[in-house]
Design a protein around this ligand. Structure first.
Ligand code: ZN
Length: 144
């Protein structure tokens, strides 16, 4: 399992036709999400199937990357590859476009609060090939 620049590990990423636009955007440092062509719902996790109306037609767009902390917890006893990354933060971030994303917050574990503004970053491995969506406090610079 790889460890990314945040110090958090990442499992193998499987890219398929349903998720390819998301991962191609991530590689470029852009948060690209599907929006239902029929009802306008922004879909998370990335796929063509709308969780609201069942349509399988989605248009992909570049999201703002802005969100707020909906809920979070600080993990002190991680399992497996995460054991060496403690303490770390697991959170739901509510994106400006609507979806709530299960993710990690990158920064001091004791510095977070519900409702806090955050910005999307793409946490990369040392060769820059793998980029995973995580979030930092809104005033912080993104990871490169
Ligand atoms: Zn829909």
């Amino acid at each position: 399992m790889k460890v990314l620049s945040s110090g958090l590990p990442v499992g193998e990423v499987v890219v398929n036709e349903d998720t390819r636009p998301f991962w191609e955007g991530a590689a470029d440092g852009r948060l690209v999400l599907p929006r239902c062509h029929r009802c306008g719902t922004v879909i998370w996790y990335p796929r063509h199937l709308c969780s609201n109306c069942g349509s399988t037609e989605a248009d992909w767009f570049e999201a703002s990357g802005r969100g707020t902390v909906y809920s979070f917890t600080v993990v002190h006893n991680g399992e497996g590859a995460y054991a060496e990354a403690t303490p770390y933060v697991i959170a739901y971030v509510e994106l400006e476009e609507g979806p709530r994303v299960l993710t990690n917050l990158i920064g001091e574990p004791d510095s977070w609060s519900v409702g806090q503004a955050v910005s999307a970053v793409f946490d990369r491995d040392s060769d820059g090939e793998q980029a995973l969506l995580r979030f930092v406090a809104a005033e912080k610079q993104p990871l490169k």
